[in-house]
Design a protein around this ligand. Structure first.
Ligand code: ADP
Length: 498
């Protein structure tokens, strides 16, 4: 009988093998790879036949492998590489495969070869290992976040709770969990909200997301904890069958939230109180000057009436003054209320030179007219955009403050310089109000724009605070020039109309 193997060449067997095989020469060059090897490693026949075996290894093993290869040639014997351990091999696309490698020396007449057989390590083992690692990571993350896992099979009414869930609900390790037990532990006030969250997740038209926060009373120790649970409902044929999710203790966060809320309402109450008192002060500030003027006019009128032959003209003027001042006080109050209620600011194109002149007249009508005036207007000043009454108010405040400062210090010559110009650098209209009063020391200067700051015994301390707020509402800035040697210099800028 003839030997059947006689008809089969090495090449035929090499190609027919179920495992990936490489034929490598004594220089480490790959001479040939069978079809399985080409498929496994992702090379064409041509590409692989120009490679050294080391090129199939991750870089860190290459240098060492040269030594192993020389050792193998010195003592060639059939054996598995890496003492039976799974080894890494590189595919053409850089992917790393885990393989078992066995080496068989082959000697032809002239040449020495090694037949390398690659056996892909059990894919199932690899998948299991990957799964184990991923589960381990998940468990560590779960532990770090203090998460409990729940899984509710609603078809069979079966609950799965991990140890952490049991801890949160105060259930024993091996105790079967019943829906009733789960529900009774939830705070009665939170049951409806949790129920609603569940209903939303059950709705097949929704996305199956479950998210609820509720209090749970641990039956073991009676301690109440806030729980946040999130999960996803699974559906089968449009019917909710299984809810899987995680829960965590958020008690600390809830306590912080509550403290913060209490703190916030206290702050809000304080703020409301402050706003109320600032509003009252602002109103008082608005009424102060007209009331003083009305009182002065009334005295003139009374005085005239006491006289049997009173001068009708004088009396009319005095009463006329009373009417004008009271109407103005009323208008002022309306304007102020509109401003405080943050109603929309109605601006118009204005001639700032005219507003300065109007403000001087107004100050005079309040009894703040006696001073030497140096007025430098800019005749062709472009129009500004602002609220007429508010800008008048700012200027009147600056003028009355200047007069009061000069009166208080009893300066021999009360003088005020007003300069209106274009500030090219800021591209704004610029008003400077300078007086010959005592000026301000550094400490006072730092505080004058604060509400209620006053150095006058009958002062309210709201004038400059309101003036600055009005200026900013009009898109401008108001400041005091620092370190002035004599008197006080206030600067007011306002935007030009576009
Ligand atoms: P009030 O006039 O009611 O005091 P203001 O807010 O208008 O309130 O002014 C605050 C303080 O700024 C004044 O009390 C005063 O000390 C100081 N002040 C304002 N303008 C001048 C000025 N031209 N010269 C000196 N001090 C001034």
């Amino acid at each position: 009988m003839t030997d059947p193997l006689k008809d089969l060449s090495f090449k035929t067997l090499f190609e027919a093998a179920a495992d990936a095989m490489l034929l490598v020469n004594d220089k480490g060059h790959i001479i040939r790879a069978n079809a399985v090897a080409l498929d496994l490693l992702g090379y064409s026949e041509k590409e692989i036949s120009s490679l050294e075996v080391e090129e199939l290894m991750p870089e860190e093993y290459r240098a060492q492998h040269h030594h192993h290869r020389s050792a193998f040639y010195r003592k060639p014997e059939k054996r598995s590489m890496g003492s039976g351990k799974a080894l890494s091999i590189l595919r053409h696309n850089g992917e790393v495969l885990t393989v078992d490698i066995s080496l068989s020396p082959m000697q032809s007449k002239r040449q020495f070869y090694v037949l390398v057989t690659l056996h892909v390590a059990d894919r199932r083992n690899q998948a299991e290992e990957a799964l184990r690692i991923s589960e381990e990571r998940l468990m560590l993350a779960k532990q770090a976040a203090g998460l409990g896992v729940f899984d509710f099979d609603s078809n069979h009414n079966i609950w799965y709770w991990d140890e952490r869930m049991r801890e949160l609900w105060g259930a024993e390790s091996n105790e079967a969990i019943a829906t009733k037990q789960f529900l009774t532990a939830i705070h009665p006030e939170d049951r409806a909200a949790r129920e609603a969250a569940l209903d939303r997740s059950i709705d097949p038209a929704g996305n199956g997301e479950y998210s609820a926060e509720y209090r749970v009373t641990n039956p073991a120790n009676g301690v109440e904890q806030w729980i946040s649970a999130i999960g996803r409902m699974h559906f089968e044929d449009g019917v909710a069958i299984r809810l899987v999710g995680v829960a965590r203790d958020i008690t600390e966060q809830k306590i912080l939230e509550k403290n913060w809320q209490t703190h916030r309402s206290e702050t809000e109450a304080l703020f409301a109180q402050q706003v109320a008192s600032q509003t009252v002060s602002a109103i008082a500030h608005e009424l102060n000057q007209p009331l003083a003027a009305i009182s002065a006019y009334s005295e003139v009128a009374l005085h005239a009436l006491q006289n049997d032959h009173f001068d009708q003209k004088n009396l009319r003027q005095a009463l006329d003054g009373c009417v004008k001042q009271s109407q103005r006080a009323g208008r002022s109050l309306h304007e102020l209320l509109a401003f405080l209620q943050k109603g929309e600011l109605i601006t118009e194109k204005l001639n700032l030179n005219n507003i300065v002149l109007e403000s001087l007249n107004l100050a005079k009508s309040y009894g703040y007219g006696e001073f030497q005036l140096e007025l430098q207007l800019e005749p062709d000043l472009p129009t500004i955009l602002g609220h007429r009454v508010q800008i008048q108010k700012i200027l009147v405040n600056l003028l009355t403050n200047a007069v009061e400062a000069m009166r208080g210090a009893g300066v021999p010559t009360a003088a005020i310089t007003i300069k209106v110009s274009t500030n090219a650098e800021l591209n704004m209209a610029h008003v400077i109000v300078q007086d010959s009063g005592p000026g301000l020391d550094a400490i006072t200067a730092n505080r004058i724009f604060e509400p209620f700051f006053t150095t006058k015994h009958n002062g309210i301390g709201m004038g400059l605070a309101i003036s600055r707020a009005l200026t900013e509402a009009n898109g401008g800035r108001l400041w005091l020039e620092p370190n002035v040697k004599a008197g006080a210099i206030f600067h007011l800028t306002l935007p030009f109309a576009p």
